[in-house]
Design a protein around this ligand. Structure first.
Ligand SMILES: [Zn+2]
Length: 482
């Protein structure tokens, strides 16, 4: 639910997934290499080195701007933002200031009230990532810090929202939707460590605004905001004031802490970058063709495959998931889209999360085979879950994977079709063992029938067809009454 009087705005920094850095030819594939191995005179800021703009990063940034309904400015400009910090070798960052790449725009999210709502955007600009400090020990008490410039010069876009979100949950929805949109555009890889960092502004209506800096995970944003709301509301309840300040989120403890430095008072003395000419992109932006984006794909899943709104939302919320669903549906020409949607959205995702597994580990053809078996009603839903769990556990333990059919046969899970004698025998046993429940049933107590169904299911080890079971059980109970 929307929290009372909570106002949240986000500044999201995303690394663009280009091959080389923003102003030089150094490779951006630095994560598995040693420190300071992807550097050159330009990204080290050596005197006399000249930056050259990476065309692809501007192309990617314009795609994002167009997808987020922004107005791309016909002329934008790079500026120098001057400050001294060890991760910034040049002592200035090349960024965009008064002439950003794009302004305005919006992103639609599912609001706390359930409908769609628009979060307005202020601007999108392009800038270079600074280097990275590695603290030996921790930032306060460590003996020394090391600096790695491999990250310096990686292209970033900063997306600034208006303060349009009303709860930590809406902030998470905004980030999820943004991530999905960037992935659909193939300009961003959310699985790369540190590829997304967020500054969050939060206030309680009528009091001062607090900025939480540099949150580096999606879950971290929701946690940091939840913590801040409690902290600020407690202050107000005690009659104290919320200070306007910058705070840091401590991931390990889930709290925010006041930054000792007064960072917001910086004077960055921006001025236009003298080594780069302004960008003129008018005709370029008109030529950009966007792929199908999450909202359009969600609507198509509803109309083309008959998905429910919730299933369509879940399935299109991640590019990989949406592609996986379409591969499963394509595997059966006759189509079993609603069953596949249900099994992916309601069961597979949960089982994967429970095991901290990634969708990549599940083979689409194998999963399609399982859905096929379920569609033929050859096994019950309960057995289906059992088969899926075996499949995932085998993948997790690196055991040779069995086909769903092999698992069904090894565990003897096939529903007994036609012959209901075993089921009738189980029903008779349950009836003779549960006198009280039967009396309850005849007394009209709700729940008694469900209890008896559960007992029969237990005896048949979940293999009984639920339709047959219900019919035969009610028949047997009625006969008893007569
Ligand atoms: Zn370089």
């Amino acid at each position: 639910m929307a929290e009372d009087g909570v106002i949240v705005g986000l500044e999201v920094h995303c690394q663009l997934d280009t091959k080389s850095k923003l102003f030089c030819g150094c490779s951006t594939d630095y994560r598995s290499d040693g420190p300071n191995t992807h550097v050159c005179p330009v990204c080290l800021g050596l005197p006399g080195a000249m930056p050259v703009i990476n065309k692809r990063s501007i192309d990617y940034a314009m795609k994002v701007a167009k997808a987020l309904n922004c107005r791309v400015l016909p002329e934008s400009e790079f500026s120098r933002k001057n400050y001294f910090y060890p991760d910034l070798d040049k002592a200035y960052q090349i960024t965009q200031y008064d002439k950003p790449l794009a302004e305005g725009g919006y992103l639609e999210i599912e609001s706390d009230e359930g409908g769609e709502k628009r979060v307005q955007l202020t601007r999108i600009h392009v800038e270079e990532d600074p280097g990275r400090l590695v603290h030996m020990g921790n930032a306060e008490r460590g003996r020394y810090s090391l600096v790695d410039y491999n990250r310096a010069g990686i292209p970033l876009i900063e997306i600034v929202s208006e303060p349009d979100m009303r709860s930590p949950r809406e902030a998470r929805k905004f980030l999820n939707k943004l991530r999905a949109t960037l992935e659909y555009l193939s300009v961003f890889d959310s699985e790369k460590e540190g590829s997304l960092r967020v500054d969050a502004n939060i206030s309680i209506r009528g009091s001062e605004r607090v900025e939480i800096k540099n949150i580096s995970s999606y879950k971290g944003v929701e946690k940091a905001l939840t913590f801040e709301i409690t902290r600020q509301k407690n202050l107000l309840r005690r009659g104290q004031r919320v200070e306007r300040e910058t705070r840091h989120f401590i991931e390990s403890t889930g709290i925010t802490q006041s930054s000792r430095s007064k960072e917001q008072e910086h004077d960055y003395r921006y001025f236009p970058e003298p080594d780069l000419r302004p960008l003129h992109v008018q005709s370029w932006v008109e030529d950009i063709v966007l792929p199908e984006l999450p909202d359009a794909r969600r609507e198509r899943f509803i109309t083309q495959y008959g998905c429910s709104l919730n299933h369509a939302r879940t399935l299109t919320g991640e590019l990989k998931l949406a592609n996986f669903f379409e591969r499963i549906v394509a595997a059966d020409p006759k189509g079993f889209s609603t069953l596949a949607a249900t099994w992916i959205a309601d069961t597979l995702i949960g089982e994967l999360n429970y095991r901290s597994m990634n969708l990549d580990s599940m083979d689409a053809a194998r999963f399609a085979e399982l859905v096929g078996i379920l569609r033929q009603e050859a096994i019950t839903d309960k057995s289906g879950i059992e088969v899926l769990r075996v499949m995932l556990d085998q993948l997790l333990k690196n055991e040779p994977p069995e086909t769903p059919a092999a698992i069904v046969s090894r565990l003897n899970l096939a529903k007994s079709t036609g012959d209901t004698s075993a089921l009738s025998a189980a029903i008779n046993e349950v009836i003779s063992e549960n006198g009280k429940a039967i009396a309850d049933y005849h007394a009209g107590k709700s729940g008694a029938l469900n209890f008896l169904v559960g007992q029969v299911m237990k005896k048949t080890r979940g293999k009984a067809d639920p339709g047959d079971l219900n019919r035969l059980l009610v028949e047997a109970l009625t006969q008893r009454e007569v």
